[in-house]
Write a protein that binds this ligand. Structure first.
Ligand code: COA
Ligand code: AMP
Length: 630
């Protein structure tokens, strides 16, 4: 069936479409129907009984595929490649689940996972799924404070961590970061399980910290525990407009069905195929398509601990694709820009047999046409942009390779996937004509696999996503849809910025800057960055009478953001200004300042309180190297 037939079939009868899709999953008790009009925005397959780990591991082993490779861990950081079959992964997961169960952790209990890109991270996630515990993975590039905020929100019974992560040129000691986070948090977990890596041993707290190896060796394996379809599989925190991250909830059955549909239809991956998603388990891309999606499909997933460049060079991606016979490859545009910067002609592609590669997928930020063309010319495969969010868990718009590729239009992530009715509305909520810019919204209900609510924050869910445009989910992205239905994502409508494919809150950074004793007021904006898409820039107004050198204050706030949010914020620049431009009602004109920093000719908005301030901002931005236009 072609894309257009699939989409039309879904539109004609969503209930029948998703009930049929649900047959790709093993159920303990099949659901009586697909959609349940309950909860803040509807739920899927709520009365079915199912287990994620069974669908990802046990059913493949039971079907005789225990010897098939489940995971290839390729780590240029340690110079090692480790392979795990489905049977080996099932055994290690069942034992780790046994450790958790022996400590009384079960259905509905939360477990935070703070680990780098090692197979144990997948084992930890699957072990939680096996017993119905709700995991929340925290990306390793976040600092202790961010981990503490998530501990206090999720209230985990246990934390599973590695002793360290490996970044180029440095070891990131996760264990002390976890200890600091636990000390800072009000909520305390009962236990932690620490995987000690040879590169750096974490110091253990007796009575609280268990050694992974010893605990797993001594444990008895446990079986999968069926849960209801609307049981939360996981919570994944993502940046909103404030320093308090949003805990996106994923329900079990919708997640399984959406991934079972999307892996073959979008990525063209089936049993035995090798899928490589060069992201991190700490992001939604990692949850859906490094861990769960490929395993549910019975495929082999590549877990890569390295960078696109510098580990050891810009040929690493091509080496991994050739060596492991990768069929579909997925990364962020920023990673390809990094490769292109180091190897502009793509000379390092030569010598690698990429004949098994069928397509490269890009997501996480806008895929600029130059990057797409560069990759197409070097790899000779389709380069497919697709668009989604932590909230949706799987692509909203894509070009479905498995269902038959549609013509590529560079700059567009192509067409809506079944389940998603994409509309563009003006500020008053009226639909706009094709090609007209507006707020991109999705008609409710959202499809299976998308967020049903936010953890412990139903009213925030309502306010952030549902209130502004009744009957629709507000994506927070602005863009347009052309006359043929191709979607174009152009910008965010909120204060979220996208740095190297990572979604970050300027509000969270502003909270950190405001805490500096010399800072009276501040703003953080996202400015264009050739490599990372956007980079954060701080503007600081100092308190009266401050005599400290501005350069010192800037160095201090840069350090504070790194310590409190983490290196992933990539906050490196700030400048001191006398005043910030505001509307007459007091709202800081962040977007106006960002356009000035990007070199656009900007006229003062009609609502501005004092237009003269824009000239002061121009001078300040020019002084730190921005290409400001008069
Ligand atoms: N644990 C600890 N620190 C981490 C980390 C992790 N898991 N991931 C990144 N960091 C650190 C980096 O070491 C870096 O620290 P530094 O300031 O000391 O150099 C900082 O966070 C910023 O990292 P990053 O934004 O990744 O920049 P980079 O300069 O290290 O690398 C790219 C640039 C383009 C190569 C890199 O951003 C990349 O590969 N991006 C892919 C994005 C991606 O996969 N996105 C997911 C959505 S698909
Ligand atoms: P995250 O929740 O971290 O996955 O970030 C989601 C946000 O990243 C989206 O709301 C968009 O702003 C942006 N994004 C993701 N993929 C794309 C894409 N293909 N094109 C443009 N923006 C994208």
């Amino acid at each position: 069936m072609s894309y257009h037939q699939i989409y039309a079939r879904w539109k004609a009868d969503p209930e029948a479409f998703w009930m049929q899709a649900s047959q790709a999953i093993d159920w303990t008790t099949p659901p009586s129907r697909a959609f349940f009009d309950q909860g803040p925005a509807g739920e899927w397959f709520a009365d079915g009984m199912v287990n994620t780990c069974w669908n990802a591991l046990d059913r493949h082993v039971a079907a005789g595929h225990g010897d098939r490779l489940a995971v290839i861990h390729d780590s240029p950081m340690t110079g090692s490649v480790t392979r795990l079959t489905y049977a080996q992964l099932q055994d290690s997961v069942a034992r780790l689940a046994g450790v958790l169960a022996a400590h009384g952790i079960g259905k509905g209990d939360r477990v935070i996972i703070y680990m780098p890109m090692i197979p144990q991270a997948l084992q930890a996630m699957l072990a939680c799924a096996r017993i119905g515990a709700i995991h929340s993975v925290v990306f390793g590039g976040f600092a202790a404070h961010e981990l503490a905020v998530r501990i206090d929100d999720a209230k985990p019974r246990a934390i599973i961590a590695a002793s360290c992560g490996l970044e180029p040129g440095r070891i990131v000691p996760y264990k002390p970061l976890m200890d600091r986070a636990i000390a800072e948090a009000t909520h305390k977990p009962d236990l932690t399980i620490v995987f000690q890596r040879p590169e750096c041993a974490g110091e253990m707290t007796p009575g609280r910290d268990l050694d992974w190896d010893a605990a797993v060796e001594a444990a008895s394996p446990v079986d999968c525990v069926p849960v209801t379809g609307n049981h939360p599989a996981y919570i994944l925190y993502t940046s909103g407009t404030t320093g308090q991250p949003k805990g996106v909830v994923r329900h079990t059955a919708g997640h399984l069905v959406a991934l079972a549909w999307s892996v073959p239809n979008i990525y063209d991956i089936g049993p035995g195929d090798v899928f490589w998603v060069a992201s991190d388990v700490g992001w939604v891309v990692g949850h859906s398509y490094i861990v769960y999606g490929p395993l549910i499909a019975g495929a082999t997933t590549v877990v890569f601990e390295g960078k696109p460049v510098g580990t050891p060079d810009a040929g690493t991606f091509w080496r991994v694709i050739a060596e492991h016979k990768v069929k579909s490859f997925f990364t962020a545009p920023t990673a390809i820009r990094a490769v292109k910067r180091d190897d502009p002609q793509g000379d390092l592609v030569a010598g690698h047999d990429l004949s098994g590669l069928k397509a490269m997928f890009l997501a996480g930020e806008r895929a600029d046409p130059d990057t797409i063309t560069w990759a197409e010319d070097r790899l000779n495969v389709p380069v497919i942009d697709h668009w989604w969010q932590t909230e949706t868990g799987w692509p909203i718009a894509a070009n479905p390779l498995g269902a038959g590729l549609l013509p590529v239009r560079k700059g567009s992530p192509a067409l809506p996937m079944p389940g998603y009715d994409v509309q563009v509305l003006d500020e008053a909520g009226h639909p706009v004509a094709p090609g007209t810019l507006g707020a991109i919204v999705l008609r409710l209900p959202l499809p299976p696999g998308t967020l049903p609510t936010l953890w412990n924050a139903e009213s925030r869910f309502d306010k952030a996503y549902l209130q502004h445009f009744p009957g629709f989910y507000e994506t927070g992205d602005a863009g347009y849809v052309d006359a043929d239905g191709y979607v174009y994502i152009m910008a965010r409508t909120d204060d979220v910025i996208n740095v190297a494919g990572h979604r970050l809150s300027t509000g969270a950074m502003e909270e950190v800057l405001s805490a500096h004793p010399a800072v009276a007021e501040c703003a953080v904006i996202g400015v264009a960055d050739a490599l990372k898409g956007q980079a954060p820039l701080g503007l600081l107004c100092l308190k009266k009478g401050i005599t400290t050198e501005p350069a010192q204050i800037v160095a201090e706030v840069v350090r504070m953001v790194r310590d409190q949010i983490g290196p992933v914020a990539a906050f490196r620049t700030a400048c001191v200004v006398e005043r910030l431009p505001k509307t007459r009602s007091g709202k800081i004109l962040r977007a106006t300042m960002a356009r000035i920093a990007d070199g656009e000719t900007v006229k003062a908005p009609a609502t501005i309180d004092d237009p003269a301030i824009l000239d002061e901002i121009r001078v300040a931005l020019a002084s730190v190297g921005y290409p400001v236009e008069g």
